[in-house]
Design a protein around this ligand. Structure first.
Ligand code: C2E
Ligand code: MG
Ligand code: MG
Ligand code: MG
Length: 284
C-alpha cells in the first residue's frame, strides 16, 4: 500500500513516470481481456540430447498476440503480470495448456513449464498441479517445472516444502537461469533439483570468454558430483555445441536446434520420432 501511494505521488511531479505507470496499467488491463479473448499462445522449443541428438522434450514459452501491438515479448509483459498479480491466473492457463498439449503427443516427451515466483508461493499451487495432471491425463514424470532463484530465495523453508510436495506428485523440478542469481551454488546444495539449466549468457561466452567457460565447466563438475543432469540454454553455434559436448553437458536447447515454434509445427517433430522408449507407458 505504501509503495502504491509513493508511486502515485511521483506521478504528479514526473510526467514520464506518469506515462510509464499509465502504460503499465493499460497493459495489465489488456492482459486480462487478452486472456479471455484467446490472444495468448504457447510456443514450444525443443530440447535435445547432446550425444544422440534426439529431441527429449520441449519448453513451453508464452506469446501474446496483441490486436494493436502485434506480438508482445514475455520480457515486456511477464514483469507487468507479476507486478499486478495476474501472473497467477496467466500461469495457470499456461500450465493447463502445456499439459493438455503434451498429453496429446504420440510420444512421451517431456514438457517444461516456467513457473513464476508468485505461483510457487501460492499455497494452492501443488493442488492445482495435481488437478491439472489429472484432468489432462499427463504422466507426471513428463512434467518439468522450471523455477528460478528468486522463486525460492524469499522463504527458503516454505519453498523447500512446496518443492517436496510437488516432487511427491511425481513431477520434476528444474533450476532455470542457473548462474544469474547471487547464490546459485548454495541453492544447488539446499534444494533437490532434478535438472539445472545453465543460463544462456554463460553459454554464449564459452568459446570466447575464459570466465564464462570456467563458470560452465565448474557447474558441470559440481552437478555431476551431485548427479544432477545439466541442460545448456541459448545454444547457437557449432562452437557452443562442441564445448558443451566435450564438457559433458547432457542436454542442449537453443536456436542451433530450433526456435520456439507454435504447436502446429511441433506436431511433425513429435510424430516423426519413431519409437516409444522401452518400458514407458504409451500415451494416447
Ligand atoms: P527462459 O525460461 O530462460 O526461456 C529461454 C528464453 O531464451 C526464451 O525467450 C527463448 O526464446 C530464448 N532462447 C532460446 N534459445 C535461444 C538462443 O539460442 N539464443 C537466444 N538469444 N535466445 C534463445 P522468451 O520466449 O522471450 O522468454 C523469455 C523469458 O520469459 C523466459 O526465459 C521466462 O523467464 C519468461 N517466460 C516465458 N514464458 C513464460 C511463462 O509461461 N511463464 C513465466 N512465468 N515466464 C515465462
Ligand atoms: Mg525457462
Ligand atoms: Mg532459462
Ligand atoms: Mg534464461
Amino acid at each position: 500500500r505504501a509503495k502504491e501511494t509513493a508511486s502515485n505521488a511521483v506521478c504528479f511531479y514526473d510526467p514520464s513516470m506518469d506515462r510509464a505507470v499509465r502504460e503499465r496499467n493499460v497493459l495489465a488491463m489488456d492482459m486480462r481481456a487478452g486472456l479471455r479473448r484467446g490472444e495468448f499462445q504457447l510456443h514450444y522449443q525443443r530440447q535435445n540430447d547432446t550425444f544422440t541428438g534426439a529431441v527429449v522434450g520441449f519448453e513451453a514459452l508464452l506469446r501474446w498476440n496483441h490486436p494493436d501491438r502485434g506480438s508482445v515479448r514475455p520480457a515486456e509483459f511477464i514483469p507487468i503480470a507479476e507486478r499486478s498479480g495476474f501472473i497467477v491466473e496467466l500461469g495457470e492457463w499456461v500450465l493447463r495448456e502445456a499439459c493438455r498439449e503434451a498429453a496429446s503427443w504420440r510420444n512421451p516427451l517431456s514438457i517444461a513449464v516456467n513457473i513464476a515466483t508468485q505461483q510457487l508461493a501460492d499455497p494452492r499451487f501443488p493442488g492445482l498441479v495435481q488437478e491439472i495432471l489429472q484432468e489432462s491425463g499427463l504422466d507426471p514424470a513428463r512434467l518439468e517445472l522450471e523455477i528460478t532463484e528468486t522463486g525460492i530465495i524469499a522463504d527458503h523453508q516454505r519453498a523447500l516444502q512446496t518443492i517436496r510436495h510437488l516432487k511427491s506428485l511425481g513431477v520434476r523440478i528444474a533450476m532455470d537461469d542457473y548462474g544469474t542469481g547471487y547464490s546459485s551454488l548454495s541453492m544447488l546444495l539446499a534444494f533437490p533439483f532434478d535438472k539445472i539449466k545453465i543460463d544462456r549468457q554463460f553459454v554464449d561466452g564459452v568459446a570466447t570468454s575464459a570466465q564464462s567457460a570456467a563458470i560452465v565447466r565448474s557447474t558441470l563438475i559440481l552437478a555431476s558430483s551431485l548427479e544432477i543432469p545439466v541442460l545448456a540454454e541459448g545454444v547457437e553455434t557449432d562452437a557452443h555445441v562442441n564445448f558443451l559436448r566435450e564438457e559433458g553437458c547432457v542436454q542442449l536447447q537453443g536456436f542451433f536446434f530450433g526456435q520456439p515454434v507454435p504447436r502446429a509445427e511441433i506436431e511433425t517433430i513429435v510424430n516423426s520420432i519413431p519409437d516409444h522408449p522401452p518400458g514407458r507407458k504409451k500415451v494416447a
